[in-house]
Each structure stands twice: as structure tokens, then as C-alpha cells.
Design a protein around this ligand. Structure first.
Ligand code: NAP
Length: 309
């Protein structure tokens, strides 16, 4: 019987692991399919406090894991296939094995929604990015034309952020109207560095043969016309998909699948806490996820103390 199982080993999960481990709860961390979480897919992280020269996303997560292990956290590579949160103790099935636990911290994160192009996958981290805040300042993008794909608040935020570095930002959207909030849309449309490209979808990212981004192939969805737009980078911001499918019908979620919490990190099931990108669709930063992981750990500890565990 475990005292606390943490589902997910990104910033939220590993911070929860550090705190619950230091509280003597010997947490079991189930990594999920992407140990280290989304940050391991980025290059240099320059906005995590404490690293004035930046730190590699992978290295940051490796360090968090070591820190958690130092205090007694156990890391288990594996994926939660099913969960029964309807009775105590809670039961999880991890790669076929049943695990029982008094408390659960869900920190299963979110995945970037992808366009689904072969060239997109091949050029990821070679000019294709899902995070302007993480990658926008890299030298390869400086004073070069860049493309942002999407029409929501995220795409607007990415486009505005990239104007600091790019010579021009082409905002490629599949309709002729932004989905983003009025204020964000106005900021984008009045920014002289941002060029909207309406009614267009990206059909291919160039150039896989060169192993770097040189442009995108576009198709106008109204006219069918094809064109090529030169750029040094493509930032895809077409939404996120929270990794919460396994908890559907047990944890309260919004229509998009984000877990709804009360008082920060409590779910509708007492003893189950949630933190990080599976909850947060607004900030989505490493440091905010870490903060929520800390809060979830403190709440889990209080819950277990209240239960006399
Ligand atoms: P979103 O609002 O769902 O917007 C996704 C955008 O991507 C939409 O414009 C959508 O086009 C487009 N899209 C989706 N799938 C696509 C595909 N396969 N190919 C091409 N385009 C595609 O997602 P989001 O921008 O990440 O925002 C999520 C939530 O977080 C929203 O509630 C937003 O307000 C909030 N948020 C707020 C802020 C802020 O206030 N500063 C910042 C970021 C996010 P359509 O419009 O045609 O559907």
C-alpha cells in the first residue's frame, strides 16, 4: 500500500515528489510516456528562476528527479492504464500491475496539439517549436521571418512575443477571424511586425532534406491556391490536449478535459489532488507547474495527517 502516488514526472509531479519525499511519505512517481514532461522537448530554458545562464530542459528535469530521489521518492517508468478513485484505497493499474494508494496527485500534464504532418515531426527542435517563450530567443530565429500557426490567445501571445526577435511574424490561421480575445486580437492586428495570413493551412514544413526550417507550404482553404512562405522557424500554437483521459467520468473536468480544482489543487474526490498543465490552461509555465506541485504535496500531506496516516 502506497501513501501517495504521483502521476506524471514533469515540473508539477517532480516538485510534488520533492515535497512529499521530504515529508517522509516516500512517494511513488509514475512517469507516464514522457518522463520529465514537456520541458524535455525544449532546448534551453531561460525563464526558470535560479539559472541566470539558462539550463537545458532535459537537464532541469533530470536535476528535479535527482532531488526528489535524494529524499526517498521512487520513480517508476510506466503509464497509468486505468484508475478507480471511487473507493478507498484508490487503485491504479500501471502497465498491468495494480497499485493501491491512500492519496493521489495527478500531474499528468498536457500535450501540444500537433498539425499531424510528417515534416512537422521530422523538424521538431530543428526550427519547429511549440513554445515561443522557450525557444523564441534562440540565435537561429533572430532577425528572421517566423511563422506562427493558430488563431487563439496562445497563437497571439506567441506571435507578440516573437516580435522581439523576428524580422516579421506571419500568423497563419485557417479562418479569416481570430478566435483570440478581443484585446489580444487587437494587439496582434495593430502590431506592424505581425502579418496575418488568413484562410490558410500549412500542408508541409520545408525543408526536411536540409534538416532545418526554410519555409512552409500553404494552401488557401477558400481558393485552393498553394504557395510557399519563407521562414526560419514555425511555432505551432493550435491548443493543448490535457492528458486526463484515464480519469474521465471520475474527476470533474471542463469540456476540454482540464481537471477542475477547488482551493487551487483539490479535485472533487477527497484525497486526489491535481497540479500543473492537466489543470492550468492559462499560465502553462514550468515555474507555475512547480508551484502547483508544491501546493498539491502540502495538501496531500495534510490530508494524510487528517486521516491519521
Ligand atoms: P484555442 O483557443 O483552442 O485556439 C486554438 C486555435 O488553433 C484556434 O484558432 C483554432 O482554429 C486553431 N486550430 C486548432 N486546430 C487546428 C489545426 N489542426 N490546424 C490549424 N489550426 C488549428 O487554444 P489556445 O489559444 O491554446 O487557448 C486555450 C485557452 O487558453 C483559451 O481559453 C484561451 O483564451 C486561454 N489562453 C489565454 C491567454 C491569455 O489570456 N493571455 C493566453 C493563452 C491561452 P479555429 O479558430 O478555426 O478553431
Amino acid at each position: 500500500m502506497e501513501k501517495v502516488v504521483i502521476i506524471g514526472a514533469g515540473c508539477a509531479g517532480l516538485t510534488a515528489a520533492v515535497y512529499t519525499a521530504r515529508a517522509g511519505l516516500q512517494p511513488l512517481v509514475v512517469t507516464g510516456p514522457q518522463p520529465g514532461g514537456l520541458l524535455t522537448t525544449t532546448t534551453t530554458v531561460e525563464n526558470y528562476p535560479g539559472f541566470p545562464d539558462g539550463i537545458g530542459g532535459y537537464e532541469l528535469m533530470e536535476r528535479m528527479q535527482k532531488q526528489a530521489e535524494r529524499f526517498g521518492a521512487r520513480i517508476r517508468l510506466g503509464t497509468v492504464e486505468s484508475a478507480d478513485l471511487s473507493a478507498r484505497p484508490f487503485a491504479l493499474v500501471v502497465d498491468g500491475e495494480r497499485i493501491e494508494t491512500e492519496a493521489v496527485i495527478v500531474a499528468s500534464g498536457a500535450s501540444h496539439r500537433r498539425l499531424g504532418l510528417e515534416s512537422e515531426a521530422k523538424l521538431e527542435n530543428k526550427g519547429v517549436s511549440y513554445c515561443a517563450t522557450c525557444d523564441g530567443a534562440l540565435p537561429v530565429f533572430r532577425n528572421k521571418p517566423l511563422v506562427v500557426v493558430g488563431g487563439g490567445d496562445s497563437a497571439c501571445e506567441e506571435a507578440l512575443y516573437l516580435t522581439r526577435f523576428a524580422s516579421a511574424v506571419h500568423l497563419v490561421h485557417r479562418r479569416d477571424q481570430l478566435r483570440a480575445s478581443k484585446i489580444m486580437a487587437e494587439r496582434v492586428l495593430s502590431n506592424p511586425k505581425i502579418v496575418p495570413v488568413w484562410n490558410c493551412v500549412v500542408t508541409e514544413i520545408l525543408d526536411v532534406a536540409q534538416g532545418r526550417v526554410t519555409g512552409v507550404r500553404l494552401r488557401n482553404v477558400k481558393t485552393g491556391a498553394e504557395s510557399v512562405l519563407e521562414c526560419a522557424g514555425v511555432f505551432i500554437a493550435i491548443g493543448h490536449v490535457p492528458n486526463t483521459g484515464v480519469f474521465r467520468s471520475q474527476l470533474e473536468m471542463d469540456d476540454a478535459g482540464y481537471i477542475i480544482t477547488r482551493n487551487g489543487v483539490r479535485t472533487n474526490v477527497p484525497g486526489v489532488f491535481a497540479a500543473g498543465d492537466c489543470v492550468d490552461k492559462v499560465y502553462r509555465q514550468a515555474v507555475t507547474a512547480a508551484g502547483m506541485g508544491c501546493a498539491a504535496a502540502i495538501e496531500a500531506e495534510r490530508y494524510l495527517t487528517g486521516m491519521g496516516k
